[in-house]
Design a protein around this ligand. Structure first.
Ligand code: MGD
Ligand code: MGD
Ligand code: SF4
Ligand code: MO
Length: 729
């Protein structure tokens, strides 16, 4: 196994940073206080928005210009260090492709022809159309798609208008299956930031979760330390990921067979009496039935499914048991893979339960949070019809809105027509699978409003585009995370927006006033609102402005230290056997189904993250593009040789439905199995306005025409597409 030193791993951040010129300054960051002391330098604490981890940061302005951003040492998430994306976040302010003024469409939808208008004109147009939809169809026929904290004020305006269809792709396209699988087992999900005690774990099991490429800051920092202190790492991934290069055991699993591996691991742990008997006896429900059901699933049974040798399965199961309860089987985050994902996540939850690691040091802690007083608003109107995304409760365990369900309702007009969408900070063309379906839904709308910072693909389909100021130019809603230590964080403007961009709170408030909903905004400006909430909760707004973060009182986070032991399941215990699943017609203990094979000669398309980009949102950031300007397609070296391809050759991918990708460079490598290919998500932009990223690399989403819906909760399994490779001529 290739060993890469801890030093090199830690350099992931710093090494990539060294490529960009402004980032080079950032790499030499000194104490914030010292920066402030330099002449002409002003520092402002805030928090990052390049992804949703929301790390506390300190931005510096030199001679009136945004200069650099670094971690806020007081912040429990960043510990004073940002990831490469966070450090390069200042590039978003200088992005040459930014939206500069509100736009109204002047030709067919999707043709990207616009007229720049004033805010007054744009919001009058939106308000008028919204009133018409409310009069003609009722307010439930207007839907809100959003992702992130920035959508809170628009949500407030829309709920005041009567909207009850509100969905985020972070549920059905991301963490939903995981959260449902854990909730079915423990009565609670793993929250975000995840309650993973990587810091104290002695054995860490990563099933897919590609920490180090997935750059969620706190986890990556803790993981680097865990590697440094010699924690035992087990990685199951069809691709030899960065995390795999740190592992004591690397299992190159056949894609889609994780449930087989998980069952075999649990089989060994139960059969060899290696589980935490006291914990299971005290907190478990239905263990005997569970043990009976998993009896046939031996490592020998799992071997032909997973491709992992029985001895490797046994050795890794024993390794996990050896360190329990300080063994963390990471729950993952992006879990919408194969359509049976809530059950796969439930199997991960059960494996943790056998090891006694839920609620234990080195496993999964119990989050602590701080209560911040809500602003006293008038009540929202009661919706007259239930939400449209999950009619008849067909996904019985969906506990958040299903974005693809809302898209489907917009296409079919059932259970009732959806005639307007507002889309805030989510590029639905890239985050929902099957782009033609998204377009079909859009074609049924009377109004599509997109609030974005750049002319994203979804903005290209809008009737009205509203340009938001970026996170370094605005206030936002307060951020309070459930975490190891509770905290509140403040986002505040560092510099002015370069043109006529406005913050979300202003857009939401002004739109509410135009809709006759001014009573829902009794405050004059955002600082009055923020200060009221902070002060009413017993904290100092002045301190929050100065420090960026206020820490709440420490609370016990492990069962052994007095953290509350509550399982909000029907049995009030950890459900090894789930009666509620059985009653709903599902497997009470997860079962394995063999994944469908692709057409002969095709490869399963897998995708993931690169340390220097977030989704499809950072490709026009000049600093981050400087670090990585296009993606590549990972192809097993032997397969590449067979196809006569070498690294750097350009190819196109054709999927099982005939869709052809943009050109993309081959990365021929032994670091991936021969039955799959892999690419970084977010590239291959097609919006004409994204000039600096247009057609650079290929888009995974374009190729994901198929998806498999999770019957428990509506998540879209996205690893079910296959591609062939065509040389670029
Ligand atoms: N740099 C960066 N970091 C990010 C983000 C970002 O945009 N950029 N986004 C954040 C968000 S919202 C999320 S949800 C997370 C996503 O990050 P993760 O939750 O870590 O993503 P996954 O999709 O679980 O993991 C991708 C890995 O799974 C492997 N894999 C694919 N198929 C299988 C399989 O069948 N079995 C197994 N065992 N492994 C498989 C792939 O080879 C790849 O290494 O990243 C977060 N961090
Ligand atoms: N094919 C494919 N689909 C996926 C994934 C994948 O890996 N591959 N990942 C899935 C996962 S894990 C997730 S969490 C989702 C993520 O899905 P999304 O949240 O939709 O992620 P992005 O594609 O980055 O879209 C974010 C949009 O918000 C805009 N934006 C950025 N900052 C701001 C801001 O401050 N204000 C406003 N108004 N807009 C802003 C960006 O320009 C961009 O257009 O996608 C899911 N879908
Ligand atoms: S993980 Fe990186 S991009 Fe995400 S909030 Fe933290 S510093 Fe920003
Ligand atoms: Mo995600």
């Amino acid at each position: 196994m290739v060993q890469i030193s801890r030093r090199r791993f830690l350099k992931i951040g710093a090494g990539t940073i060294a490529a960009g010129s402004a980032l080079r300054n950032a790499a030499r960051l000194t104490e914030p206080a010292r920066a402030a002391a330099e002449s002409g330098v002003r520092t402002v604490p805030t928090f990052c928005n390049v992804c949703f981890w929301e790390c506390g940061a300190i931005a510096s302005v030199r001679d009136g210009k945004l200069w650099k951003i670094e971690g806020n040492p007081l912040d429990p998430l960043s510990h004073g260090r940002l990831c490469p994306r966070g450090t390069g976040g200042i590039g978003a302010h200088f992005d040459p492709d930014r939206l500069r003024a509100p736009l109204v469409r002047t030709s067919e939808r999707g043709e990207e022809k616009w007229r720049a208008v004033t805010w007054d004109e744009a919001l009058n147009f939106v308000a008028e159309k919204m009133q018409k939809i409310r009069n003609d169809y009722g307010p439930e026929s207007f839907a809100f798609f959003t992702h992130s904290l920035g959508g809170r004020f628009l949500r407030h305006t829309l709920r005041a208008y009567g909207v009850n269809n509100i969905a985020e792709p972070s549920f059905a396209q991301c963490r939903g299956p995981r959260d449902v699988g854990f909730t079915l087992t423990y009565g609670d999900d793993v929250s975000s930031p995840e309650r993973t005690d990587i810091e104290n774990a002695q054995c860490i099991v990563l099933i897919g979760s590609h920490l180090g490429e997935n750059m969620h800051n706190t986890q990556v920092q803790e993981f680097a330390h865990a590697v440094g202190r010699g924690a035992s790492i087990i990685v199951a991934d069809p691709r030899f990921s960065v995390a795999a290069s740190k592992a004591k055991f690397y299992l190159p699993i056949k894609p889609g067979t994780d449930i087989a591996l998980l069952l075999a691991w649990m089989n060994v742990i139960v059969r060899e009496d290696l589980y935490d008997k006291e914990y299971v006896g005290k907190y478990g429900f239905g263990f005997d039935q569970f043990a009976q059901i998993i009896q046939p699933y031996t490592p020998e049974w799992a071997y032909p499914e997973t491709g992992i040798e029985p001895e490797a399965i046994r050795a890794t199961a024993r390794e996990m048991a050896r360190y329990r309860p300080a063994t963390l089987v990471h729950p993952g985050r992006h879990s919408s893979w194969y359509g049976d994902d809530a059950q796969r996540s439930r199997a991960i939850a059960l494996l943790n339960a056998l090891l006694g690691s839920w609620g234990r040091k080195g496993g999964l802690w119990v989050p602590a949070s701080m209560s911040i007083t809500d602003y006293p608003y008038p009540p929202y109107p009661e919706p007259r019809r239930p939400a449209a995304d999950n009619p008849g409760n067909r996904y019985p365990f969906a506990d958040e809105s299903v974005s693809n369900g809302l898209r489907e309702a917009t296409i079919t007009g059932r259970p009732y027509p959806i005639k307007g969408w507002m889309v805030y900070s989510t590029n639905l063309m890239n985050s929902l699978p099957n782009q033609p379906e998204t377009i079909r839904a859009i074609q049924n709308l009377d109004l599509l409003v997109v609030v974005d910072t750049i002319p994203s693909e979804i903005a290209g389909w809008a009737d009205v585009v509203l340009p938001e100021s970026i996170y370094l130019e605005r206030h936002d809603e307060l951020h309070t995370g459930p975490f190891k230590q509770p905290y509140i964080a403040l986002r505040q403007p560092v510099v002015d927006p370069p043109a006529d961009q406005k913050p979300n709170w202003w857009i939401a408030k002004t739109l509410a006033e135009k809709l006759g909903l001014g009573a829902y905004y009794p405050w004059k400006d955002i600082e009055e609102y923020l200060a009221w909430r902070v002060k009413s909760s017993g904290y100092s707004y002045e301190q929050l402005k100065r420090d960026g973060v206020i820490l709440g009182p420490k609370q016990p986070i492990y069962f052994e230290d007095g953290a509350p032991v509550t399982f909000n399941t029907p049995s009030k215990k950890i459900e090894f056997y789930s009666v509620q699943l059985q009653r709903a017609g599902f497997d009470p203990v997860p079962q394995y189904t063999r994944p469908d094979e692709g057409p002969p000669g095709s490869y399963r398309l897998l995708y993931g993250r690169a340390p220097m980009h977030s989704f499809s949102r950072t490709q026009t950031n000049p600093l981050l593009m400087d670090l990585m300007s296009e993606n590549s397609i990972w192809l097993n070296g032997n397969e590449a040789a067979r196809l006569g391809l070498k690294s750097g050759d350009y190819v196109r991918l054709r999927n099982q439905d005939g869709v052809l990708s943009d050109r993309v460079a081959v990365k021929a490598t032994q670091r991936i199995r021969p039955d799959c290919v892999y690419m970084v998500h977010g590239f291959g932009h097609t919006s004409q306005g994204l000039r600096s990223a247009l057609h650079k690399g290929a888009s995974d989403t374009q190729l994901l025409t198929r998806y498999k819906v999770d019957p428990l909760m509506g998540g879209t399994g996205l690893h079910v597409n296959f591609v062939t490779i065509e040389p670029e001529v």
